[in-house]
Ligand binder design. Structure first.
Ligand SMILES: [Zn+2]
Length: 333
């Protein structure tokens, strides 16, 4: 008897399945190649270098029954490429952790990406993320560009995100409402046409029954049955029309006022992981630049939205021992 032993999934088991076109029903040959290079005057061959899909020797789609279709396979390849890290153009955010902006924050002074580390004031407090740009200081002995706590910055960026997404969410809610109304009107029109047809058939059956010689009982009984069936269809259509009318009346109007609060609540919902939040942010934001305005004692963040818009956020640095959380946000097209 076959038995299974379930173990936690491992990267090395998943990635070949995702990358192998066999599971789409395709036959592929020549997926890797060997390379020859001259080392110390002698030829050295290395094997197993993966080729890109378009360079395979043979690729026959729809060769056998697949588990997924080709479009889904291509979507998977894009997602796998987008998730790659430690590459010059690889994604560096959306991989979890406790800091929202990791991988998205760039120092406006030196152009380097800010790093995050976690500090705790005491063993009783949880570790707090701290964003910092001090690679120049560590590597070259230069002055540290900046360092600031992550919690307040993350919170302010989330507020700005919800504020930016709100008009889009309202527009989407209105579009959904319009679609629903159109669908309901269409359903009602179909039922009305069916009712019209059923009423016509019932009146026709009634006329046939009335015109027939009542002495011919067999035909009369058949016509009576057909009339009754037509009347039942009329009744059925009337009931459906009534139900459609009630359903239309019972559909609540969209609560656009509460939508912004809903967005905020959805962001903080228990089932939403930091990875999901980071990925959501990444879909809307290209990068954030950070600077420190020493004279005004402010942290200056600029959000570069996808689509070319920018938002500037200024956070007052807390006084030593204080917790000043005031924020000034400005925006330009
Ligand atoms: Zn820097």
């Amino acid at each position: 008897m076959t038995s299974f032993e379930w173990t936690p999934i491992r990267y090395r088991n998943v990635i070949p399945v995702l990358k192998n076109p066999y599971y789409t029903g395709a036959y592929a040959f020549g997926k890797s190649e060997h390379r020859t290079e001259i080392v110390d005057g002698r030829a050295r061959k290395t094997y197993g270098h993966h080729r890109p899909l378009q360079d395979y020797d043979i690729l026959l789609k729809e060769h056998h029954e697949g588990d997924i279709d080709w479009a889904e396979f291509e979507r998977n390849q894009k997602q796998v490429a987008a998730n790659a890290c430690r590459r010059p153009d690889g994604t560096k955010s959306g991989r979890g952790g406790r800091a929202l902006l990791v991988g998205l924050l760039v120092c406006r002074r030196c152009g380097r990406q800010l790093t995050v580390n976690y500090t705790s004031h005491s063993s009783r407090h949880a570790c707090q993320p701290v964003y910092r740009c001090d690679r120049g200081a560590v590597m070259l002995g230069q002055r540290r560009c900046m360092m600031f706590g992550g919690l307040r910055v993350d919170k302010v960026v989330v507020q700005e995100l919800v504020r930016a997404v709100e008009p889009m969410a309202i527009e989407a809610a209105l579009a959904a409402e319009r679609k629903l109304m159109e669908r309901q009107a269409e359903q009602r029109r179909i039922v009305e046409l069916e009712l019209q047809q059923a009423r016509y058939e019932a009146s026709l059956a009634e006329r046939c029954y009335a015109a027939w010689d009542p002495d011919n009982r067999l035909i009369a009984a058949t016509l009576e049955k057909s009339w009754e069936a037509a009347l039942r269809r009329v009744q059925d259509c009337e009931t459906r029309l009534d139900a459609t009318t009630k359903a239309t009346a019972a559909t609540p109007a969209p609560d656009l006022v509460g939508l912004a609060e809903d967005l905020g609540a959805a962001w903080k919902a228990a089932g939403v992981t930091m990875r999901t939040r980071q990925q959501l942010l990444r879909t809307l934001v290209n990068e954030l630049t950070a600077d420190s305005d020493e004279a005004a004692r402010e942290i200056v963040l600029v959000i570069h939205w996808k689509g070319g818009q920018h938002s500037e956020l200024r956070l007052r640095k807390p006084q030593s021992g204080g917790h000043d959380c005031s924020t000034l946000a400005t925006r330009w097209p």
